[in-house]
Design a protein around this ligand. Structure first.
Ligand code: G3P
Ligand code: CA
Length: 265
């Protein structure tokens, strides 16, 4: 048998629906991801937290307080307790179509719901607080046949992102085929070329706070063969500016604005 080779390519700019489409439905809920899919995002972005009984759920914060009708730290609650509450909150601004009583989804429920019909850009959040979260993520990716897969355009079904190098290294060690993005929330002028060479050993690029990122730094990252996905840009003018600077992708709460812009390119 000829061994199948897993190759992929990313569109430029890659359109990443940050927390789904949180202007249309509560962030990190199935309706929010549904809306992002309908608008045509390349990826739905999912932040992960882990319950006391070891279940991965989609949520940005470590506690339920901001985005749900409940309270408490997720690591101290079992899934059954978390499931009593609902996703209720947008990231930002006014929502015209806010739905109430929306379920807080587990990662498994998201995979069951969307299957291979979307691409997933998954963040291991607070991995120090959740030992084993990478293993659980990889188990689910395997169970839902999401490893070494692309969509019909050759775009990888899954990218994993984290602010934690250790978390990404754990994933890389176990599944080197998964494209990884290291999130950076600091000024790139403080990051040496040696550091970039080190990162390139396990990641395909960086997710960078656009407010701390210059055009020259984007060029330098490209010079090290690292792609650059900028977070989180929510207005068309700034999106256009950073596309002109050469970023390879954008995280946005307003995926509709980004898709409109990409259509005009
Ligand atoms: O994952 C990219 C961006 O989402 C990082 O910031 O805090 O929104 O997860 P945060
Ligand atoms: Ca995130």
């Amino acid at each position: 048998d000829v061994e199948e080779v897993y190759t992929w390519k990313l569109p430029v700019p890659t359109a990443i629906a940050h927390r789904g489409a949180p202007y249309f439905a509560p962030e990190h809920s199935i309706p929010s991801y549904e809306q992002a899919k309908a608008i045509g995002a390349d990826y739905i972005e999912i932040d992960l937290q882990m319950t006391k009984d070891g279940v991965l759920i989609a949520m940005h914060d470590k506690s339920l307080d901001r985005t749900t009708d409940g309270n408490g730290e997720i690591h101290s609650l079992n899934l059954e307790e978390v499931k009593q509450f609902h996703a209720t909150m947008s990231t930002t601004g006014t929502m015209d179509n806010l739905q109430s009583d929306v379920e807080i989804p587990t990662l498994e429920e998201i995979f069951q719901h969307f299957g291979h019909s979307v691409n997933y850009y998954i963040e291991t959040k607070s991995p120090y607080d959740y030992p084993g979260m990478e293993k659980e993520l990889l188990k689910l990716l395997s169970k839902y046949d999401l490893l070494e897969k692309t969509d019909e355009n050759g775009v990888p079904k899954v990218i994993v992102q984290s602010f934690s190098q250790e978390s990404l290294k754990l994933v890389h060690k176990q599944e080197p085929s998964i494209p990884l993005i290291l999130l950076i929330d600091q000024d790139f002028s403080n990051i040496s070329d040696e550091q970039l060479i080190e990162w390139k050993k396990f990641v395909i690029g960086v997710g960078a706070n656009y407010q701390k990122l210059t055009e020259a730094q984007i060029d330098n990252l490209h010079g090290h063969d690292l792609i650059v996905h900028a977070f989180t840009i929510n207005d068309s003018e700034t999106m256009k500016k950073y596309i002109d600077y050469g970023v390879d992708g954008i995280f946005t709460d307003h995926i509709n604005l980004l898709m409109n812009l990409i259509e005009e390119l």
